[in-house]
Each structure stands twice: as structure tokens, then as C-alpha cells.
Design a protein around this ligand. Structure first.
Ligand code: ABN
Ligand code: CU
Length: 656
């Protein structure tokens, strides 16, 4: 089957072919995953180096199915040979949960007699059961039930009217759903009951705003115009823009995956990153009352940033001249779900790129910047995450994540104390403290695969004031600590030293600075994991124990919480970053390495976050350091450039 690029996601036809091949051997299965099994790095590198002459890597589908009785099948299907080339029935593992599976739960919950009984206790008569809703989450892990049975916990809500925000009316009990039996097997009921509150709704839709005085009327039009189209070009899924070139992939789990990222440095294409993607996140909630310890979603590993991705709308999710890429995803029954406009690609003005005025003669240069944005937005039940990969003309890559949507809420009785574990953001609505911790996987390729990581701290000189080397006490420098082993590389953020990490090619020194060609990881929103060492979350989310881990590159080591995340206990570090770091002795110096960066924010909810949160942005930067000869963007045409002699009327103004 012809394909443009070996890293292109599986097409609809390829998904269907993989399903048919599996079905020929395994009937009556539900399809959880049918995804591109990415070519091995060695094979891929060869193809990238000699595209026309080397063999195109085979198209292989990575498949995961659930068979009757909850058996989980994992396999690989060679699409050219139309053959299963690997197949394993795995035990005690629960694959990613799909939105279709989640949607089944609400119906079961509404008709379950014990749930109806609990609703009545909460003050909901049977006639109102159609107003009961739930957000089913994977159970996370619950020691009472283990990992063999596929379970979901139903976070319960009431919606007085169809258009009301249900998160304003949380219920206090939590049914547990068995996905194989399609029934409720248990209900967690708190000791102290919190009956349903019936406060007037606080809504954000148009009718609600109009009822409260209407929308503001003082916004004048702000138009974006690109009469000649955008400055990027797409060839299949490979993009070129302002010296950058890379491939834009997409999968059910990580969403956008950027590969083979390089920069044309004055005619010489230099490799920078082999693969960049967000690979996991965990959202632990901080209320100690049972069963809230189970509320810690791994939104990528348990639900999938691809599976939950939005279909983007022009003028809403993105403005200007947009190119979209669609996504093809498998459904449970083996059919293909088409997501139109899953990724948007566009440029935006980005303020000033650089400026200087000479105060003595009024000579000036002002150059405006442009940025390229590759965006997706996914909805993880209540929350929205907008993921923007932003490329800058100065060689910087920025990952910006905007968090919006609706808080996860729980009920609070009239006069009840939240004990500091949450905030009553509206009457009867307790929004628990939580963290959003994202894991960025950086497969670096800075001027080649062999790279080394240094931790960089801004520190004062070790020499005391008055000593010969620091007579006036003002000396400070960038202290660089080489991270030689996977053990040493487990490092944390230090705000006091403005800590950063340099991904370096020590084999290539800058002619002027004599420092290695590198990209610096600059990330300033890096809270530590607040659930304690030994806690359930700490055990399950090894990647969140430190801001940085570094491992030696190995094919298939992509997802740090493991391949199958729902219902892992974390009791062993098998299959995931904990295992890959190993005993800490492996050398990562001048090797093909991967840096795993966990960053995020701690969210103490406030009334301003309710009923819908204004987007909160977070940024990680990857900045060139000692990589380019000088500022690589000096050839971006300036808006204004007048030299001293031109100001004095002695020189001619050059054409811009
Ligand atoms: N945030 C947890 C989650 C995501 C998607 C669907 C249900 C729950
Ligand atoms: Cu939050």
C-alpha cells in the first residue's frame, strides 16, 4: 500500500485492512487500538538519509483488542503481507479506555436499581433519573478489585435542565462499573451524606449571559489578513517554514507527534530533534477522603489525546489562513472514525523579534516576528487542553499548553468545611485541589544522535568576598553538571538557581564560544509531585517523581506510564520509565538519548474558574545555545532599518 512517508498515521484503508486481518483469526473482538507501529529508528534513519535509494520501511499496525471475558490481545499486523506477525494474549492488563466504552456507562448507571436508590437518598425522585449523568473514569487502581477486571468509576452529576452545567450539581456517591458484565458491581457511599443542592444554575451559554444583561458590545472587529496565503508549504505531512522542516504525525495516544525536526542553516540542513511529543500526563487530586485517592487521571495513557481530540473550527479554535490535517481512528467495532480538522497549522504575528535604537544618533532596527503553530485541542471529560507546538524564526521551539474547560467538582453540604482540600467555588460545589503534570518526551538529535545532558544552575562564585578570585563578591556563573548515568539524571527543578538542562553535542564546539552545540530546556512551571513517595499516584506515575529523567534510546520506549495504563498498581516499575531508568548505572554520556521532562501546575481552584475556566497557559522552551554562528534570524526583513549615516542624510536608505 503506497504511503507518502513512513511516519504518516495509518490511513482509513490501512486501519480497515488491519482489522480484517485480525478478524480472520480472532472473531468477536473489540478494537481498542489500531495504530501505526513506527519503523525502528535505525531503519528510519537510513530511509531519511537516502529516501530514493533505500528500502521504504514496512507499514505495520499495532493492534490491541478486547475479547469476550475481558481477554486482552496485543499484536502487530504487517500490512503488505496482510499477516499477523506477532500476537500475545496478556493477563492482568487493561488497555486504554475509549470514549465509546465510557458512553455505555451512563445508560447502565441510570437504570441500575442500587444507583436509583442512592439517587433517591440524595433527593432525586425516580421520575428525574433521566437528569442523572456521569463522567465515567477508569478506576485508576483500587486494591479491593485489582487489575484483572476492567472497571470504571462513575463520577455522578445531576442536570436540572438539559442546558445546565452538570458540574454544578455533583452527587456524593460513586458507582463502580464492570465493563465486561456491563453492570454496576459496587457503590462507594460516603459516611456523611451530602444531599443534592438545588441552587439556581450558573451557566455560560448565550441565554444565560443574555438573561444577566447580555454580552459586552465594545469589541471592534480585529481582522487577520494573509492575501498571499501562508509562508509554509506542506508536502503530505512534511512541512517547511522559515528554515524549519519536520514531519507532523498523529496517534490515538500522544496526539501530535513531530519527527525529523531540522533547520536549514545557510544551506546546511542540521538535525535537532528526532521526535518530540507529549507522552503522558497525570492529574492527581488532593482530597484524602475515600475514594478521591482514585481520582488521578492519566489522560494520555488511560484515554488518549488522539482519541479525545476535537474537530477544529476556523475562526474559533484558530484564526487566519489555516491548513488542517484530519485524523483516522479506529472504533470499537473495527470501523473507522474520521476526525475532520484534527490538527490546525497556521502562522501568527509574534510581536518584536528584535529591536535596537542608538540613543546618540537615532539609528534603529525593528524586526517583527512570526510564529508557526501546530495545534490540537482535546477534551478530557470536564477539561480542555489546547496543545500548541510553536516554531520561532530564531530557532526556538515552544510547547504551549492552555488549560480550559470545567473544573472537576464534588458536593459539599451547606456549612461543611472543605478542610483546605478544595474550594467551594459556588454554593454546594467543591472543587478539589489538584495538579496537572505533563510529560514531554524529547528524543534529541542535536547535530547527530550522540548527545549529552548537562544540568545548568546560575550560582554565585564559590570564592568568598575579598578573596583573590572574587575580591568584590560579584562573581557568578553557569554551573554545568554533566549527567553521566540514568541515576544521576533524575533531577528536579530549582527555581533559586533558574535551573535549565542543556541537550548537547559535545563532539561539535561553537567556533567562538568553544561550547558544545546545544538546545536548552527552559521550563519554569515545574511543581514537584505532591502525592507523597509511596502513595498510589507516586507508584503509578514514575515519570512525575522528578522533573527530568534521561534514558538511552530504545525502540518502543515511548510511553512512560507503560503501554497499558488503566488499573496499574505501580507496585513494580515494570513497563515504564521506572524500569527504563533501571538501577541508574547505565551511561547516557555521548549516547543516543531521550530526555523525559515532567512539568505542569498545581491548581487551587477559585470562583473565577467557575463555571468555565479562562484558559491558563503554560510554556516550555527549547532554545538554541551555541548552535548557530550568531542570531539566525538577522535575515528576517525588518519593518524599519535606518543606519546612523542615513539619519544624518549621508547614506541612502536601503530597500527593505
Ligand atoms: N480526566 C479523566 C477523564 C478523561 C476522559 C474521559 C473521562 C475521564
Ligand atoms: Cu486544573
Amino acid at each position: 500500500m503506497a504511503s507518502h512517508h513512513p511516519l504518516d498515521p495509518l490511513s482509513a484503508a490501512e486501519i480497515q485492512l488491519a482489522v480484517a486481518v485480525v478478524r480472520a483469526t480472532h472473531q468477536n473482538v473489540f478494537f481498542n487500538v489500531v495504530n501505526l507501529h513506527e519503523p525502528r529508528k535505525a531503519e528510519m534513519t537510513k530511509w531519511l538519509e537516502h529516501r530514493s535509494s533505500s528500502v521504504r520501511p514496512r507499514r505495520v499496525a499495532d493492534v490491541c483488542v478486547i475479547a469476550p471475558g475481558g481477554r486482552v490481545g496485543d499484536g502487530l499486523v504487517d500490512l503488505a503481507d496482510k499477516k499477523i506477525v506477532e500476537w500475545n494474549w496478556v493477563r492482568g492488563k487493561q488497555p486504554i479506555i475509549t470514549l465509546e466504552e465510557l458512553q455505555l456507562v451512563e445508560h447502565v448507571v441510570r437504570t441500575d436499581p442500587k444507583v436509583i436508590e442512592q439517587c433517591e437518598i440524595s433527593g432525586i425522585p425516580r421520575e428525574e433519573m433521566h437528569k442523572v449523568y456521569c463522567d465515567p473514569w477508569t478506576i485508576g487502581f483500587d486494591e479491593r478489585f485489582g487489575s484483572n477486571v476492567r472497571l470504571q468509576q462513575a463520577l455522578m452529576y445531576f442536570r436540572p435542565n438539559l442546558d445546565d452545567c452538570q458540574y454544578q450539581y455533583p452527587l456524593d456517591f460513586c458507582p463502580i462499573y464492570d465493563a465486561d458484565k456491563q453492570s454496576i458491581i459496587h457503590i462507594d457511599v460516603p459516611r456523611t451524606r451530602r444531599p443534592l443542592r438545588r441552587e439556581p444554575p450558573i451557566n455560560y451559554h448565550s441565554d444565560a449571559i443574555n438573561a444577566q444583561g447580555g454580552f459586552r458590545t465594545n469589541l471592534k472587529p480585529l481582522e487577520i489578513s494573509q492575501p498571499e496565503g501562508p509562508s509554509f508549504s506542506l508536502n503530505g505531512r512534511e512541512i517547511e517554514w522559515q528554515n524549519w522542516s519536520f514531519h507532523i504525525g498523529f496517534n490515538y495516544r500522544e496526539g501530535i507527534v513531530l519527527s525529523d525536526i531540522g533547520y536549514n542553516d545557510k544551506g546546511n540542513r542540521r538535525s535537532i530533534f528526532n521526535r518530540l511529543s507529549l507522552v503522558e500526563m497525570v492529574v492527581p487530586y488532593g482530597n484524602p477522603e475515600h475514594p478521591h485517592q482514585r481520582k488521578h487521571a492519566f489522560d494520555l495513557g488511560e484515554y488518549g489525546a488522539g482519541y479525545m481530540t476535537n474537530s477544529l473550527k476556523l475562526g474559533c479554535d484558530c484564526k487566519g489562513y489555516i491548513r488542517y490535517l484530519d485524523a483516522e481512528l479506529p472504533s470499537r467495532d473495527g470501523s473507522v472514525r474520521h476526525v475532520k480538522n484534527a490538527i490546525c497549522i497556521h502562522e501568527e504575528d509574534n510581536g518584536i523579534l528584535f529591536k535596537h535604537t542608538d540613543f546618540r544618533d537615532d539609528s534603529v532596527i525593528v524586526t517583527r516576528a512570526r510564529k508557526l503553530i501546530i495545534q490540537q485541542i482535546f477534551t478530557a471529560a470536564n477539561y480542555e487542553y489546547a496543545i500548541q507546538w510553536i516554531f520561532h524564526q530564531d530557532g526556538t521551539i515552544q510547547l504551549e499548553i492552555k488549560l480550559t474547560g470545567i473544573l472537576n467538582t464534588y458536593s459539599i453540604a451547606d456549612g461543611e468545611d472543605s478542610h483546605g482540600w478544595g474550594t467551594e467555588v459556588a454554593p454546594g460545589v467543591n472543587a478539589h485541589n489538584h495538579q496537572h503534570l505533563f510529560c514531554l518526551r524529547i528524543d534529541s538529535n542535536i547535530d547527530g544522535p550522540n548527545n549529552t545532558v548537562f544540568m545548568v544552575d546560575a550560582v554565585a562564585s564559590d570564592d568568598p568576598v575579598g578573596s583573590p578570585n572574587n575580591k568584590y563578591g560579584n562573581a557568578f556563573y553557569a554551573k554545568k553538571t554533566k549527567l553521566c548515568t540514568t541515576g544521576q539524571a533524575k533531577t528536579d527543578y530549582n527555581h533559586a538557581t533558574s535551573r535549565t538542562w542543556d541537550l548537547c553535542n559535545t563532539n561539535k564546539l561553537h567556533p567562538s564560544s568553544k561550547k558544545p552545540s546545544s538546545y536548552k530546556l527552559v521550563s519554569r512551571e515545574v511543581p514537584g509531585l505532591l502525592p507523597k513517595p509511596g502513595s498510589l499516584v507516586w507508584k503509578r506515575a514514575a515519570f512525575a517523581r522528578h522533573a527530568v529523567h534521561v534514558t538511552k534510546y530504545r525502540d518502543d520506549q515511548l510511553w512512560p506510564a507503560g503501554r497499558h495504563v488503566p488499573q496499574t498498581s505501580g507496585e513494580t516499575d515494570a513497563d515504564g520509565l521506572g524500569e527504563w531508568v533501571g538501577n541508574g548505572s547505565e551511561s547516557i554520556e555521548n549516547e543516543d538519548i531521550v530526555l523525559w521532562h515532567t512539568f505542569g501546575l498545581t491548581h487551587f481552584p477559585a470562583p473565577e474558574d467557575f463555571p468555565i475556566m479562562p484558559a491558563e497557559p503554560m510554556t516550555v522552551l527549547l532554545r538554541p545555545r551555541n548552535f548557530f554562528q550568531n542570531n539566525p534570524a538577522m535575515d528576517v526583513p525588518p519593518q524599519r532599518c535606518i543606519t546612523a549615516s542615513q539619519v544624518a542624510g549621508k547614506g541612502s536608505v536601503s530597500r527593505l
